[in-house]
Ligand binder design. Sequence first.
Ligand code: TYD
Length: 204
Amino acid sequence: MRGRLITFEGIDGCGKSTQLHLLAQRLQGLGFPVRCFREPGGTELSERIRALLLDAAYEIVAEAELLLFAAARAQLVRVQLQPALRRGEIVLCDRFADSTTAYQGYGRGLPLELVQACNRLATDGLQPDVTVLLELPVALALQRSGRGDRMEQGALEFFERVREGYLELARQEPERILVIDAQGSPEAVHERIWRELRARFGWE
Ligand code: TYD
């Protein structure tokens, strides 16, 4: 039996990591086999690429950034995600290819067809069964992530483009991408997500 791939997306500070863990706990409580990953990361190589990407010592040009995220993902998909799905596990992933479309494509302005080609190569065609898009105004998300007051105008505009990019993806693929209002307590947001997923997958 093939498992399920559920990805969590949204701008920085939208609360996706918290929501991923609440869902994991709930599914584990029901006895489902669950594996959690974060991107970039999840393999030794991908974690080293993550460290490079987050290292403030480098100014990484947009094209190099795209390829580094793609390299980290190519490794994760083949070494971890595909085998876990073949074992029938429920795989929860904190960010996946939609992050690259939203951040490197819409945010950084790289040509969308190139970004999509990189995504196809990196994912080996693997598509999430469902993507939970946590939707929140940029100002609120930045406040939550503790960066509200220090953000320059250019950065605010960047996050606006990323947010709009995600919403555009959701319009293009409404069956796959669930847009969830991320305002309110973590428990309230979790219940919104759970209601949708339970109905979709028939989980009890
Ligand atoms: P993440 O660890 O999810 O940070 P946060 O929890 O604060 O959202 O992601 C790190 C950063 O990397 C985040 O700013 C989004 C960015 N990112 C991309 O630009 N492209 C990608 O393909 C991925 C996976 C992440």
